[in-house]
Design a protein around this ligand. Structure first.
Ligand SMILES: Cc1ncc(C[n+]2csc(CCOP(=O)(O)OP(=O)(O)O)c2C)c(N)n1
Ligand SMILES: CC(=O)[C@@H](O)[C@H](O)COP(=O)(O)O
Ligand SMILES: [Mg+2]
Length: 601
């Protein structure tokens, strides 16, 4: 939709239509809600001043990109957002040429803009990268790595800092406090008045000349701004819901031809009163009633996250040296409960996964037992820190990895597919997984006893509760759940054990089921023994096949020169897994028990 020739009044009407569409669709389908509502006017400003099909439009995390989708030919299709086969909830170039990059993990936007700006300069093109980044995402280290170079190179990049004074939860840390202080300032008004006066007095011919003078004007009224010190001009705070002010400012920022941060004050949830200014609750939602904001809740069994949080609470009470962190996901990981109860032992360190890992390594060195509670996908950010700061030092840090396996509607960027593959080869690391609630509780207690780094994984949502009695973990020991009479062996890992059991029930043969429990150290003895009885092994695990559970088993068989076993892995194939309701995605992957049984037969 070209909005460049719309009047201010028309733009205001459009902003209401966009909000109505988002509220209507998200209230029925679920999705990211309050961030995207708060970004409507800023997005309109971006589209008015820049060109989404030419200028790189870079949305950080991109959970706030719904207005952008609606403005770039996806109004009708928006009905399908986050559903299987439908629109992604994030920006995705495959979906539209107006989506510059895939995003979903935070704080990548300014680096992308710097790279794009370098390329634009080398290609001698006339395009300007425009970024939208939230205040919460300004806490991550990558942002400062990018600003560091940008302030030096002085390439033209416009960065809208969309500041609603919230991350998913409340904002954390010194940067947040600093931004709040800036928000409280009156810099923009002074700046604008000066610029207006200047333009009126000195003929408004040619933006380069005006921009040059603006720079001088700004220096007088933005003392000591961190960004200025880094070589990046700062304009703000502006009202991020005032379309005229946004357009005005973005035009100026674009004309300046150098890196500029436009600091905009916004209200998270703007336009839906019940959500306005609320954190957590309205960030990402399921279907709800628009009239009263009541969620259409389906009766759901207790999620693994809640089982984890309760169990860790009990352990923390028992062992005073247990500490823990989350990187900006307090309620998502359930650790908010512990932060409330033990504020001196459990922390939200903001979006700072690398720092979370390394700072907990030092706590382990000091004799504490850190539990890093983190989504499988976000731990990817702390990869080098796991190797260099935790495993190399052989420190007993526990990685409690939530959202392992298919996460559903967030899709490609968020699937917890890779953790086994990226952790398994690291020396000293112990990898194990519970199959249900009880074994999750046992696993957390077992982790406490370990003197090495360990990682335990559990899924989004609830485990299916199993009837097999639970025994405590024993390092490197698998558990034979059922001995059958056929030549087949089902090996399950974590939630994969349930998949194995559910598939076995559908098979007429009486099949042996092994809960592998540890993928590292793996139970070689058990595998060697089983190789003497069963010659066709099926591997069930909610993880990537490459480097995953079946790879680990094949390594053992190969080392032991056991070549007569056929291994059939039902792990994820070598591709990124799309978004959709988890059941739909699993069906697409053909890993539902009724599909697996057909493959086996
Ligand atoms: C690396 C990484 N860690 C954590 C998250 C989870 N996450 C998504 S949005 C968000 C909050 C971002 O806050 P902000 O940038 O201020 O955006 P807002 O939602 O307030 O608009 C968090 C923590 C993520 N996407 N990526
Ligand atoms: C955008 C983002 O990274 C988070 O909002 C994420 O979508 C939360 O996922 P859960 O719903 O699994 O907590
Ligand atoms: Mg925010």
């Amino acid at each position: 939709m070209d909005i460049k020739d719309k009047s201010l009044k028309e733009l205001e009407t459009l902003s209401q239509e966009i909000r109505d569409r988002i509220i209507d669709v998200v209230s029925r389908k679920g999705g990211h809600f309050s961030s995207t509502l708060g970004a409507v006017e800023l997005t309109l400003g971006m589209h008015y001043v820049f060109d989404a099909y030419s200028d790189p439009f870079i949305f950080d995390v991109s959970h706030q990109c719904y207005p952008h989708k609606l403005l770039t030919g996806r109004w009708e299709e928006f009905e399908t957002v986050r559903q299987f086969g439908g629109l992604s909830g994030f920006t995705k170039p495959k979906e539209s040429p107006a989506d510059y990059f895939v995003a979903g993990h935070s704080s990548t936007s300014i680096s992308l803009a710097v790279g794009a700006a370098k390329a634009i300069e080398l290609k001698k093109e006339n395009r300007v990268p425009i970024v939208m980044i939230g205040d919460g995402s300004m806490t991550a280290g990558m942002v400062y790595e990018a600003l560091n170079e940008l302030g030096d190179l002085k390439l033209p990049v416009v960065i809208i800092l969309n500041d609603n004074e919230m991350s998913i939860a409340k904002p954390i840390g010194a940067i947040s406090k600093y931004l709040s202080k800036l928000l409280a300032g009156k810099y923009y008004q002074g700046f604008k008045a000066k610029v207006d006066k200047f333009i009126k007095k000195n003929m408004p011919e040619g933006t380069t000349y005006i921009a040059k003078r603006m720079e001088e004007a700004m220096k007088l009224i933005t003392p000591g701004i961190l960004f200025e010190e880094m070589g990046i001009d700062y304009i703000g705070p502006i009202d991020g819901h005032d379309i005229a002010e946004i357009i005005d400012t973005l035009q100026i920022a674009k004309a300046m031809g150098k890196p500029v941060i436009v600091h905009a004050r916004t209200v998270k949830g703007k336009g839906y009163k019940i959500a306005e200014g609320q954190h957590e609750h309205w960030h990402g939602v399921g279907p709800f009633n628009v009239e009263d904001g009541a969620f259409v809740k389906k009766e759901a069994p207790k999620a693994a996250t809640a089982v984890f949080a309760d169990a860790l609470c009990e352990l923390a009470q028992k062992y005073e040296n247990i500490v823990g962190v989350t990187a900006a996901m307090p309620s998502g990981t359930g650790i908010n409960k512990l932060i409330d109860k033990y504020p001196n032992r459990f922390w939200d360190v903001a979006i700072a996964e690398q720092h979370a890992v390394t700072s907990m390594a030092a706590m382990a060195k000091e004799g504490f037992k850190p539990y890093i509670t983190i989504y499988s996908t976000f731990l990817q950010r702390g990869f080098d820190q796991i190797i260099h700061d935790v495993c190399l030092m052989n420190l007993p840090v526990v990685f409690a990895m939530d959202r392992a396996g298919i996460v559903g509607n967030d899709g490609e960027t968020h699937q917890g597919a890779f953790d086994i593959s990226y952790l398994r080869f690291i020396p000293n690391m112990i990898l194990f997984a519970p199959r249900d609630d009880k074994t999750l509780e046992l696993g957390l207690e077992f982790a406490y006893t370990l003197n090495s780094p360990s990682a335990i994984r559990y899924p989004r949502g609830a485990f299916k509760q199993l009837s097999y009695p639970s025994t405590q973990f024993e390092l490197g020991k698998a558990e034979l759940l059922k001995e059958g009479t056929s030549n087949k062996l089902f090996i399950g890992y974590g939630a994969g054990v349930t998949r194995a059991i559910d598939t076995e029930i559908l098979h007429e043969d009486d099949i042996t089921i092994l809960d592998l429990r540890f993928v590292k150290p793996i139970d070689k003895e058990m595998l060697i023994n089983l190789s003497k009885k069963y010659d066709t092994w099926y591997i069930f695990s909610d993880s990537q096949k490459q480097g995953g559970v079946s790879s680990a088993i094949l390594e053992v068989l190969n080392e032991e020169k056991i070549f007569n076993i056929e291994i059939i892995s039902f792990e994820y194939e070598d591709s990124f897994i799309e978004h959709g309701d988890t059941k739909d995605v699993e069906k697409h992957l053909q890993i539902l028990p009724e599909q697996l049984i057909k493959k086996i037969k």
